[in-house]
Structures are given as C-alpha cells and as structure tokens.
Design a protein around this ligand. Structure first.
Ligand code: GTP
Ligand code: MG
Length: 641
C-alpha cells in the first residue's frame, strides 16, 4: 500500500526547501508564494526511497504533502494533514520550537497520526553546541506526544548535510508502517481543483479508502453531482487504477471547474450520506486557553473541508482543557463522513486549534441531551465492531439502516459487515426487513414493535369485545405508529408465524379472543331476542323494536350480529329479522305443501303461511336465496338436493 508523509512546522523553518532537497520538486508553485517566500497552498511531491537497512522491503515511493506554516493558513495545513500516514516535523535549529510547531503537532495528534520523524533544519546556521542544546530541548518538548522518542535528524538543505540519514529514517518508517485504510468505500476528499489544457477538470486528493478505476461512476458529495473517472494519475504517471493511500489526480468527465470545490468528496454513487450534524467524541486540547461551552461556534475541519459549526454538549455544560466528551456538532452545510473519521475544531478569537476527535455517528438520529440514548452513543467509541453495528441499529430505531448506511456507520468493511449481520440474524439481534433495500432493524426494535402490536390488539379487544378483530388493512392506522409498510408487514408476519396473532379472512385478533358480550350488551341481546320471539311469524318492524329502547341501529348492530352469528335470528331482508324458531315453523309447512304439489303459487304460499304480502314476498325471495326453492315464472318449486 502507498504511504504518504506530510510536513508540519512553523513558518520559514525550511519545510518546502527540505522537500525540494529530498525530492527535487518545488512545492511553492504560485507567483504569490514565490514573491512572498512563503507557502500558502498545499504542495505535492514524491520521492524514491532507498532500501531500508535490515527492514522488510517497504513502499519504494513516498508521497509527500507540503503544508504552509503561516498561522493564517492553518486551515490549509489541516486539509493537507487529513490524509497523511506520518509526519515530518520540521524545526529550524536556529529558532527551535515555535507556536505553529506546537499547533501543527497538536493537529496531527488530533487527526490520529501516530508516528513520524523530526528534522532539525538549517544546521548550517548554528554552532554545534547550540545544535546539541536545541536537540535536547526538542526531545524534551516531544515527551508525552506521539513523537516522543522519534528520530531527530539534523539536516541542512543548503549544504546537504544529514539528508542521507534523513532518507534512511524515512525509508525505515515507511517500511515499518502498517497501513490501516479500508479497502472498500472509495473516498477521495478533494484538495485541489483546476483545469488542464486538453483534459478539462482535474481534482487531486489523497485516496483515504477503497480504490478507483478509469471509467468508474462517481458522485461528488455532498452536492450529488454525477460524473465519471476519465483518466487517473498517480505520482505524475497515467494509471488504470489507484489504491487507498495514493496521492491521486482524477480527470472528471463532463464537469466544469466551478462545479467543484476543495473539501468535496468523490465516492461511488449511493455510498455516502451527507448530514447537517454528527455525533463526535471530542477532546479539548490541554493547551487550549479556554474550555468549550455548550453551543460554542467553531471552525470545523473534516478531510479537506472547513465549515462553520456549533458544538452541543450531550453530557455536560462545558468541555474543559484535556477532557473528552460526546458532542453533537451542527454544521452550516452538509458533510459526508464515515465512522472513525478524524475532525479538528478551531476557535474564532483567538483563531487557534482547540479540539478534535473522532466521528462516531455520521447519520445521527434525534437524541436528547442527558437522555439514556447518550450512553448508547458513547458506547460507539469503544465497542467491538459487532457491538457498534448493534448500537447503530438501536439508535436508528424503527427507521433501521441499510447495508450501505451501516458501512459508513461502522468500522466494518463490506465482507465483515455481511458476516456480522448474518451472525446477528441467527441470534435474532438484527433482522433484514427489506431485501430489496437491504434494510436492517435491530432485534430489540422488532421485539418492542411486536410487543406493542400485541398490546394494541389486547386494548382493542378490551374496548370492542363484540368485534371479532381488526381488519388487517386498517391496523397500521389504528395502531398509529409511523412505520414503513415493509417493517409493519415484517412484524405482522412474524407474529402470525409464531401463532401470537390469528388471522381469519382479513381480520386479525389475539388467538384467545372470542366475541363475548358485556353485561349491558347481554341485556340488550335478551330484549331484542324476546321482541322477535314474541312477534313469531309476524315479527315487529326494526323501528318498533329500537325506539322503545332509545337505540339507533348503529348502536344495536353489534348485538344483532351476535344473534345472527349465534343462529338465534335470521335476516330475511334489510330491517326484517325472524326468530329462528318461528321461521322454522313456516319452512316446515312449505315443505309439507311440496309433499303433494309440484309448484307453489304466491297465493298458495299466503294460504300455507297465513302471512300478508309484507312478509310473504320477502320470505319467498329469501327461500330462493337460501336455495330452498327455485323460481319458475311467478311460481316456486322445491329445489332438489
Ligand atoms: N541556511 C539555510 N537556510 C534554509 C535552509 N532551509 C531553508 N532555508 C531558508 O529558509 C527560508 C524559508 O524556507 P522555506 O522552505 O520556504 O520554509 P517553509 O517552512 O516552507 O515556510 P512556510 O511554508 O511559509 O511555512 C528560505 O529562505 C530558505 O532558503 C537551510 O537548511 N539552511
Ligand atoms: Mg513552505
């Protein structure tokens, strides 16, 4: 894997001159840089490394990022340092440790850089005694930092003294360096955009993860611009493919220079998820003159981007120098990040680096300060990769997370995530609820939903004991939980499979539920039944039954339904009910008539039943419908079984 070194150090300490002495490349390209004799923009170079003595063969080429030392351009320094693997801290022997020596070292530490080399430059300008003294001072200063014990190499770019020794140290460092970049999730934060004659728009950056090939489809985040990789360059040469850790120049198809800016991120379509806030584990620098208060406004750096932001404490009121706490950072424009990304915060006045840390959740959900969910968030910092998946799913709640979202919300690469999710599926800790969208919800969320749905049905049965169940189609709305149709279906099917729910036709109910009458309904049932039984073969009009009871039909309907279901009443037509016994008597006489008649005229029926037209006609139609009789002209015949 390629390795990239970045310079760091105070203005004028000789960074650019040293890079030129090492690589032959002058990183100060701008006219203004030449005129003022300082670096403003980032510079890029590369050097061929000598074989490291006694070490396993390392990368033969080292990418170099040269940063400005001027305090006004620290934001450019952060953008450059964001992609590097190790640091070349440059300290001029005549001046020793200066303010930006400190600030750059702190920034490197906040960015998670853990190794590097110190070059004591301009040795030609000092006496040997002085050099020894400065060297000791520097070693003392580095104590407690990630460069404690790092090689301190005296060099002079002017005389060339020490350059070979420095190259040797760089080769050893590069050979020993264990790259930690993920091989999936191609990401390239853009640090320069320009046009090149004959090419069009070109961007450069350090490939922080994944790889890119000529012809790949690209989305420019956070804006969403779609484009393609037309050509790729690495260390000045055309290549077909670049791997994580490479300094890369990408020629993009069909986009104008002004459609892109530093800090944009190139990635594959649909892989990143820009957000206006993040949950970050933030550490306030020990050297910070002030604590960071809740809602403090800061310059926020991520990758090559700088945005205005506010820091919201999730678990306290202030972050004291040296302390670490969970914060939610809200930005003025969206950022696209990945779990574990490093960030830096700088205060306004004085303009200086005050804090930095790790991105824990690039897709935050609503979490209240001091709420129990804050503990879940904090846990994202030090859990196993599987633990992180579980916590992220728990935080996502019923919305769940897609596979692509989980890739950016955890430290897991695609294959490992797939395996972890399968294991969790087996342990019922995570469920795939939508195959097409590859959407997962946490097992606990699914369990809570199942419990909630059963509780909802139990309440429904208690409230509506005479209703046999809830129509499946209407359940989602009566339950009142806003869930995706997929998740609702998933929960429902799970309960039906387990037998925790029963479905008859379209009605869902708890398996133990039977329609039973509450006492007032039971007394109404008695009253209705006796009214119809008293009416016998000439049952009362519905109105005459209900009016004395001061009931509307709508109110009495469930009890009618019970009587019909029980078989105590028969509905002959709208608003006409017969007591089952009375109707049976009429039917018996009709059958007797057919014993010695082929056909029955309406007149015959009226004689047999002794009923007026009001009842006779609906009854004849009822018999046809019930397939007792069949109609022939105006007459009826008995239907043969
Ligand atoms: N005598 C002497 N002068 C040096 C040496 N290295 C750099 N210089 C001089 O120091 C001045 C600053 O050097 P640069 O390389 O531009 O310093 P820098 O650290 O890149 O400065 P910024 O990028 O602006 O922070 C230049 O005039 C160099 O010629 C050295 O080894 N010996
Ligand atoms: Mg410079």
């Amino acid at each position: 894997m390629p390795v990239i070194m970045g310079t760091a150090g105070h203005i004028d300490h000789g960074k650019t001159t040293l890079v030129k002495a090492l690589t032959g490349i002058d990183c100060d390209r701008l006219a203004e840089e030449k005129k003022r004799g300082i670096t403003i923009e980032l510079g890029f170079a590369f050097m061929d490394l000598p074989p490291a003595p006694g070490a396993k063969p390392g990368p033969s080429r080292l990418g170099v990022v040269d940063v400005p030392g001027h305090e006004r351009f620290v934001k450019n320094m952060v953008a450059g340092a964001a992609g590097i693997d190790f640091v070349l801290l440059v300290i001029a022997a005549d001046e020793g440790v200066m303010p930006q020596t400190r600030e750059h070292l702190e920034i490197c530490s906040l960015l998670g850089i853990t190794t590097g080399v110190v070059a004591l430059t301009k040795t030609d300008m000092v006496e040997p005694d002085w050099l020894d003294m400065v060297r000791e001072e520097v070693a003392e200063y580095l104590k407690g930092s990630f460069l404690e014990g790092a090689p301190i190499v005296p060099v002079s770019a002017h005389t060339g003294a020490g350059l070979e020794a420095l190259k040797g140290e760089l080769a050893s460092l590069a050979a020993a360096y264990e790259p930690h970049r993920r091989s999936d999730l191609f990401r390239l934060p853009v640090d320069r955009v320009f046009t090149m004659k004959g090419y069009g728009t070109v961007v450069t950056g350090t490939l922080v993860s994944g790889k890119a090939r000529v012809g790949d489809d690209i989305t420019v985040y956070p804006g969403g611009l779609q484009t393609k990789v037309r050509t790729l360059q690495h260390h000045g040469a055309q290549v077909e493919e670049v791997a994580a850790g490479s300094r890369t120049a990408v020629n993009l198809a069909g986009v104008e220079v002004d459609q892109l800016s530093r800090g944009d991120v190139l990635a594959r379509p649909g892989t990143l998820f820009p957000s206006l806030s993040w949950d970050v584990e933030l550490t306030c620098l020990k050297s910070s003159p002030r604590s960071i208060k809740h809602r403090k406004e800061v310059h926020f750096h991520h990758g090559a981007r700088e945005v205005m932001a506010r820091v919201y404490m999730m678990e306290g009121e202030t972050l004291e120098p040296g302390q670490t706490a969970l914060c939610r950072i809200r930005f003025t424009e969206p950022l696209a990040g990945v779990y574990g990304d490093r960030v830096v915060a700088r205060s306004f006045s004085p303009l200086r680096t005050v804090a930095g840390g790790r991105l824990l959740n690039p897709l935050p959900h609503r979490v209240k300060r001091f709420s129990p969910a804050v503990a879940l968030l904090r846990g994202l910092g030090d859990q196993s990769p599987e633990g992180i998946v579980l916590s992220q799913l728990a935080l996502a709640g019923t919305g769940g997370l897609t596979f692509s979202q989980l890739l950016v919300a955890t430290s897991l690469e695609s294959k490992a995530l797939d395996k972890a999710l399968q294991l969790m599926g087996g342990r019922q800790e995570a469920y795939l609820v939508d195959r097409e969208a590859r959407l997962y919800v946490s097992g606990q969320v699914a369990l809570d939903l199942s419990g909630g749905l059963l509780e909802h049905l139990a309440q429904f049965h208690a409230r509506e004991p005479m209703k046999p169940g809830v129509a499946r189609g209407g359940l989602a709305s009566t339950w009142g939980r806003r869930l995706s149709a997929r998740l609702f279906h998933f929960v429902l099917e799970g309960l039906l499979r387990k037998g925790a729910l029963a479905q008859e036709q379209e009605l869902l109910r708890l398996p133990g539920h039977r329609v039973s009458l509450a006492s007032d309904a039971a007394s109404l049932r008695g009253k209705l039944l006796s009214a119809y039984e008293a009416g016998g073969e000439t049952p009362p009009n519905l109105k005459d039954v209900l009016d004395p009871l001061s009931l509307t039909f709508k109110e009495a309907a469930p009890v009618f339904k019970v009587l019909l279901d029980e078989g105590r009443l028969v509905k002959v037509k709208e608003e006409m009910y017969f007591a089952t016994g009375a109707l049976a008597g009429i039917i018996e006489r009709v059958r007797a008539f057919f014993a010695d008649h082929e056909e029955m005229t309406p007149q015959d029926f009226r004689e047999v039943s002794k009923l007026s037209r009001k009842y006779a006609i609906p009854l004849l139609e009822h018999f046809d419908k019930e397939k007792l009789t069949v109609r022939v002209g105006d007459n009826r015949r008995l239907r043969k079984r």
